[in-house]
Design a protein around this ligand. Sequence first.
Ligand code: CTP
Ligand code: MG
Length: 527
Amino acid sequence: TDSKVSTQKKTFPEVQAERLEQAQRTVLINCPAKIDERKFLKYLSHHGKINSHYFYESYGTYAVVEFSEKDSITSLQDVTRMPGIEEECAVPFKSRVFTLTLKNLSTQAADQAPVHCHKQATILVSELIQKLCSADSVSNQLYTLMDEYQLTEENIKLRFLVCSLIQDIACAYFPESTVKPFGSSVNTFGKLGCDLDMFLDLDEIGQNSTRAKTGAFYMEYQMKRVPSERTASQRILSVIGDCIDNLGPGCVGVQKILNARCPLVRFSHQPTGFQCDLTTNNRVALRSSELLYIYGSLDSRVRALVFSVRCWARVHGITSNIPGHWITNFSLTMMTLFFLQKRTPPIIPTLDQLKALADSEDKHIIQGNDCTFASNLNKIKPTENTETLDVLLGDFFEYFGNFAFNKNSINIRKGKVQNKPEPSPLYIQNPFEQTLNVSKNVNQSQLDRFVALARECAWILQQEDKGHSSLSNSQPWGLAALLLPSVTSNSVKSKRRKRGPTSERIKNLLDSLKINNENSLVNNGGK
Ligand code: CTP
Ligand code: MG
């Protein structure tokens, strides 16, 4: 059925802790594409038992090798040479990224087939459309899309590995710091190729040092004082950004974006191809990732619908990989969740209902924001709603095609529309930092494009339902039809009729191209 319910799932912190520990026992090795896999593993297993390994391709062939013990890495590092100094000099930071070369290239590689590489990217939209056409229902089209787009187990492991490599650099200054992924890499809504949001967690430092209860004295550290937490974050990120730039193997294009609302360091990690955003003092975002993880794990329809809506939006340029006045994936996810809360009966609970299920361990107040909700998925009663995704997809477009964006805001905490507190075209209340609008960057023309396309797509699905489709059987249908470029041209035509002179449209377009510094966190890299 459409409402497969998951039971006994791990909590978000349990998954994070397990994967981070696993990443610390893992190394990344650039190796020849043609290599005897058996010999390769035998060579490495001199250093200890190997739990798992796989290969992938990104500017060369890489192997990800997970040892069973951390000590194996020290043993491997002990026998690893420094690179020869030929043209360029090496900065001698010893990481867990290595290069393996064959001693005798001609004899060793000659009769080898290339190793099997795991895919790290999505298929082309044209291929996707073809695949969708061979599904037997719209509902299965949505599941097919999700299967093609979602992060693979290997890709998730690689994301944790990159965090762990950055943690090694941060630990040079802050030995107890951790680097954790957040956002779409871990919230169950990540698509292959999405950016890697990382959180440098320094807060745990010193928190477990218990103050002696007896005796006449107590000691505290002398520390540098700065005017605000924000300044402290900026200083820390500035230093860590420099270290990543100067020491991190394969870390290129390091940009310090310290004046953003949430200061960050952005860079590319070449060996994995990930676009990385490192932030600190951003614990609320980690909680927000956990909330989405819960919603994504409750009912299989949630992720399937979110993936399709995001893909649809990307194909039609509703979202973009350039920061600006576009709707973001995060906003689309919030809109989809809200829509699912509004079904009868609701498919997912409101945030306030999740808060009511919380026990004392779930209580989190972060920087004055109430981030309390139940972490244990098994406490949440499964929905009785049995609607199919065929219905939900059509109704989603219909719902937002007719939503009173001019006066209402979207609020997943209450699961109800509310009056907009200020006149931003699209107002989605941040569920935790409740005075913030998640989609503050969106302008009227971008919202109008979304609405026009949603209406067009609701109409297309209704026509198909009535059997009035103008398309013959060999033509894309259902979700596949909604991903065709012709959908945009129709909605643009109807918009042109409504929206008057060309000069205005050009003005709006230019408006959306203006890059807003304030929103530089809004990054849709690779989507
Ligand atoms: N975030 C937020 N408010 C925003 C933007 C982002 O709270 N206006 C938080 C969310 O927790 C979000 C995370 O920052 O998940 C990362 O932001 P971003 O990378 O923009 O979104 P993702 O959810 O990671 O989606 P993707 O990168 O795939 O577009
Ligand atoms: Mg992201």
